[in-house]
Structure formats: C-alpha cells, structure tokens
Ligand binder design. Structure first.
Ligand code: ASP
Ligand code: MG
Length: 474
C-alpha cells in the first residue's frame, strides 16, 4: 500500500484492549499493520475495570465514610501491576510513569477528602472519574515510546469542549474544531511517524471544568476528533472492540445470527436505539454529521474480513431487512379519555410531563380512534410514570383512564428497504399471525427505517425467530 500522509485513522482502544501484556503487544501489532499506509491517532479508555472503581470511590467518599483508602490502594495496584508487566524497570519511561501515577493517586486522595468536606456535586464526579483515562493515556504513550515509537500525548480537556451537562455532556463541535486545529494538529504533523494518544471519555466545559461524555464515552471522543480533523485529513475511525461488529439479531434471544458487514449510519442508529449497545449512542450522529466512515473490528482479529463497515451510503441490495431487533422488557401505557375530551393538546402536555421527568419514550403508537394514546416506556420507569400521571392535575382527573401493561416486548425489523419495499408490514402481520403471536400495537419510527410490533413478553423469543426466518434466512 502506498503511504499517504493525508489520511488518518482514529483508533479507539477500549478497556478490553488495555488489560495485560498481551493486549499492549496487540496494540503494537495493530499499529504496525496500519502505520505504513496512514497516520494514526489513538484515543484511549481507562484500563479495564478502573472507571467502575473510580465511581465507587466517588460514591464512598460522598457517604463520608473514611475507609476509601483500600479502594485507592486497589486502583493504584491495578495500574502499577500493569506498568510492571509492560514497561521494563530499566527504561527511562518506567520511573516517569510511576511518578505520574503516584501524583495522580495523591490528587485522587485529596479529592476524596474534599468530597467529604463539601457537598458532592456532578462536576466533582466527572473530575474524579476522568483520572482513569488521564492515567491510561500517559501509560500507553510511554509504553509506545519504550517500544521505539515516537509517541506523544495530549489530554482531551485541552481540545474537546462540551456543554456543562456533567455526567453526560454533549460536545460543542465548533469550539472543539478550533482547538483541535490549534493544539492537536501540530502534534500530529510534527514528525512523520509520530503517534499521538488522546484521552477518551472527557472534555472540558467553557469554564474549564472537566466534563465526561457518559459511560462508554471514548467511542464518542474518537468520533468528535475525527469530525474536528475532517477538513485536514481524509479520516476514518476504527473502533477496536471485543466483538466483530453489529449482529443482525440479539444473540441472547435469536437462534441464528450473523454479522452485518455493511450498514449505513442511519440503519446503525436504529439498531443502537433498539438496544445494540456496540457504540456510544451519539457516535453515529457525529460520524454522520462529519461523513466519516468507520469500522467496528475485533481487537484480537485485526486481519479478519469479519467486521462491520459503517458508511454514509445506504447499500441497496436484496437484503430488504438488515436486522431484527428486540427489547424484551418494556411497559406500555395507554391513556384513554372518555368521549368528549379532545386529545390534541393532550399529547404535548403528556410528552412534556414525561420529558421533564427524564422518562425515555421508546415508541408511540397511533391508533385510528382519536381518544387514546399508547406509548412504550422502559420497564424500570413504569412505577414512576404511573405516579406522575395519577398525580398530575391534568391526567389525574377522572376522565382519563390510565392502563399500564408491564409484560410486553418490542420486536422491530430494521433496514432501509422498508422505504421502498411494499408489503413489508403485511409480511410482519402474516408471519406473526401464522405463529399465533398476537400483535398488541404497531409503531413505525419517524425514520421509516424500522417497523415495530408490540407483543406479549412470552412471545418475544418466538417472534424474533419467526421474523428472522421470514425476512433474513434465505
Ligand atoms: N472508561 C469509560 C467507561 O468505562 C469510558 C469508556 O470506556 O469509553 O465508561
Ligand atoms: Mg471502559
């Protein structure tokens, strides 16, 4: 392959790629494979298990217990064992890494004391949990240097700007792009074979507070950086994972599944919505916005042809349906009004009430009669929604009947084919009907990339397999 200085691959390495000596050797293996033909930018998660430990540390510190020392000790040990396993004690990088680790562990201890003194707050939580990525990024960069690479690092609070929705901050892409050009770009181009490592998961608010992007946020960090570099390089992202990519049905439910090799952002977003938690939910939006192609690949099989490529184009082929998705545990709420109450203004009242209380609406189903609204919510939210509705001035009134069914599941067929293939809905009805699966409600997402049926939970497995056979098995 010809070397191209104008292309860059943003590689995301998650916690499962940062476990032991073998995994670090594998990172080198991967870098060597790609480095001849492209620049590489590395985005790093915390090492396996650390973010959970940091959250535990934060929570314990909040309860004013003074026994967090053990936890800090554990966090230190997990790191130092890894450092010892991957960097030779005689190498210059070793002492530097240990010192860096110790300094950061000291800072964490002080933060723990601070949390016990002042009231806990969302911004301090973000600061505490960001240490996982800060340390792992330094460590990976030093490891690469000790293995003969010319490596550098930058912490992401210097280049990624977010809003101040701590814990699940949203990136501010324009501000980020300016900083990436100013601070990251010069590092990337400073030397031919320079590898730059960037910490994943967090950024900074405009007033310089560390903010995290939500669990699994390193995927999103990679997407944000590729977006910010899109006018400077030809960009691609590889998300290295412990799976090969997207499957066309949930392996816990479906008897047969296979790997989806090509999928558009839009279709992948549908899959993610229905519970395929392969990537951070916002990743695909950012990839789509920047028109950045990406791949999900298995970390231990970099040479394999089995991976999922996600691109802008919807590949129109004979596979009308790309996947069968399901959410096994759902609740369905039906709001019925007696006779005369017009429901037009009701919908907006309903959805703002639920929205204001952070209730995620999974589907809305239109019915032909105008006096009822049916919608799906997460099973865990059922009690809360019941309480909200029955205690609201508007819906608690006697002319609304509120029914909640806690034993339903959702199955959906997904694919751009639904847009241009007549008869898809009919086929769903007949194949479920022929197998005595009663459809309680149907819903079509606004995207028209999915068609959803609501059924009794007892039938969920059966429905997935029936639809798989009807639409996918040749
Ligand atoms: N370390 C963070 C987490 O475990 C972010 C990530 O892994 O992407 O959620
Ligand atoms: Mg992780």
């Amino acid at each position: 392959m010809e070397s191209s200085k104008n292309s860059i691959i943003v590689m995301k390495f998650g916690g499962s790629c940062l476990q032991n000596r073998e995994s670090y050797l594998q990172i080198i293996n991967i870098i060597n494979k790609y480095m001849k033909s492209t620049r590489i930018l590395i985005v790093v998660s915390a090492i396996q298990g650390i973010t959970n430990k940091l959250i535990e540390f934060y929570e314990k510190s909040c309860t004013e217990e003074n026994n967090c020392d053990e936890l800090i000790e554990e966090i230190y040990n997990m790191h130092i064992q890894l450092v010892d396993a991957i960097i030779d004690k005689n190498q210059s990088g070793y002492n530097e890494t240990v010192e860096f680790l110790q300094t950061n562990i000291e800072e964490l201890k002080q933060l723990g004391r601070l949390i016990r003194l002042i009231r806990p707050s969302a911004d301090i939580y973000d600061l505490v949990v960001s240490y996982g990525e800060k340390i792992s990024t330094f460590l990976l960069s030093k490891y690469l240097t000790s293995n003969g690479f010319n490596s550098n690092y930058i912490f992401s609070d210097k280049i990624i700007i977010t809003n101040d929705n701590f814990g699940r901050a949203l990136p501010l892409l324009e501000e980020t792009e300016i900083l990436v050009k100013e601070k990251l770009y010069p590092l990337i181009i400073s030397d031919n074979n320079n590898l730059v490592c960037v910490s994943g998961y967090y950024g900074s608010t405009k007033d310089n507070k560390i903010s995290t992007l939500g669990r699994g946020g390193t995927d999103l960090s990679a997407a944000i950086l590729a977006y910010a570099l899109r006018n400077l390089f030809q960009c691609k992202i590889i998300y290295w994972k412990d799976v090969k990519g997207f499957l066309n049905a949930d392996p816990r439910i479906a008897e047969k599944t296979s790997l989806i090799r090509n999928i558009s952002y839009k279709e992948a977003k549908e899959l993610a919505f229905f519970g395929a938690k392969i990537l951070h939910p916002l990743c695909l939006d950012v990839n789509e916005k920047g028109k950045i192609p990406s791949e999900v690949r298995h970390f231990t099989e970099p040479d394999s042809e089995d991976y999922t490529a996600i691109t802008k184009e919807i590949v129109k082929n004979n596979d009308v349906i790309k996947a069968i998705s399901s959410i096994e545990k759902l609740s369905m709420v039906t709001l019925e009004s007696d006779t005369m109450v017009p429901l037009s203004g009701t919908a907006s009242k309903l959805f703002s009430l639920l929205g204001d209380n952070n209730i995620n609406i999974v589907f809305i189903s239109q019915s032909s009669s105008e006096n009822n609204i049916t919608f799906g919510i997460e099973y865990e939210d059922s009690t809360k929604v019941s309480f909200l509705l029955r205690n609201s001035d508007f819906f608690g009134e006697k002319w609304f009947k509120i029914k909640i069914d806690n034993d339903i599941s959702l199955v959906a067929i997904i694919g751009s084919g639904i847009l241009y293939t007549p008869g898809v809905a009919g086929k769903v009805f007949t194949s479920l009907g022929d197998n005595e699966i009663n459809i309680k409600a149907i819903a079509q997402g606004s995207s028209e990339l999915n068609f959803t049926a609501i059924i009794d939970r007892d039938n969920c497995k059966k429905a997935v397999n029936v639809l798989y056979d009807a639409f996918i098995t040749k």
